[in-house]
Design a protein around this ligand. Structure first.
Ligand code: GAR
Length: 204
């Protein structure tokens, strides 16, 4: 299964996907970043993966360049891994059912930024991350899979981010591998191995 990964920064989820691709039955064939300085572009370069920096100051223009890349590469799946732009309805419609995103909260809780601090401020004791289908709203769309971390009295936004990121890596790589194997599907409704799932698949 051919995967294109969109990033905006550090790229640790991209690195996890690259490490898992052989055993996971997928291949990252192209990386797109809206930031020239994104460390993830270096990761792509070091791993010999084709990559593009696309200027995204004008959303329509940015999306048009991305569509040109995607029409050439023809991925089976587009993974947003720390890509901090919201895609338009027109863009999403062109790649319907093919775009997933990882977000550091238990969606539908805390779309947007500062998810860890908001969970602490609300007195939550459980936090986590979600992989979801992408629509034209921010961090919104059918949630496919989730992982959880405990919030303790000592936790800060930074400590929670550290605790969660390794679980995010497993969540994303295993979710993409399940999609590649055609085990996790969502065409009529979310299902694992053909059996309907009442809620998001939990991957700890
Ligand atoms: C990850 O924590 C990811 O969940 C989050 O950005 C980080 C990217 O880290 N994504 C979002 O907040 C999307 N709304 P990475 O660049 O090291 O993979």
């Amino acid at each position: 299964m051919k995967v294109v990964v969109f990033i905006s920064g550090r790229g640790s989820n991209l690195a996890a996907l690259l490490n898992a691709q052989q055993s996971g039955g997928f291949e990252v064939v192209h990386v797109i970043s809206n930031k020239a300085s994104a460390y993830g572009l270096e990761i792509a370069q070091e791993n010999g993966v084709n990559n593009s920096h696309i200027v995204w100051t004008d959303k329509q223009q940015g999306e048009q360049y991305a569509i040109e890349v995607l029409n050439q590469v023809k991925p089976d799946l587009i993974v947003l891994a720390g890509f901090m732009k919201v895609l338009s309805a027109q863009f999403v419609a062109q790649f319907e059912n093919k775009i997933i995103n990882i977000h550091p909260s238990l969606l539908p809780l805390y779309p947007g930024l500062n998810t860890h601090q908001r969970a602490i401020d609300d007195g939550q004791t459980i936090h986590g991350a979600s992989v979801h289908l992408v629509d034209d709203q921010l961090d919104h769309g059918l949630v496919l899979s989730q992982c959880h971390v405990e919030i303790t009295q000592q936790d800060t936004a930074d400590s929670l981010a550290v605790k969660l990121i390794t679980k995010e890596h497993r969540l994303l790589t295993e979710t993409v591998a399940l999609i590649a194997a055609n085990k996790l599907t969502w065409i009529d409704s979310l299902a694992l191995n053909g059996e309907p799932l009442a809620s998001a698949l939990v991957i700890e």
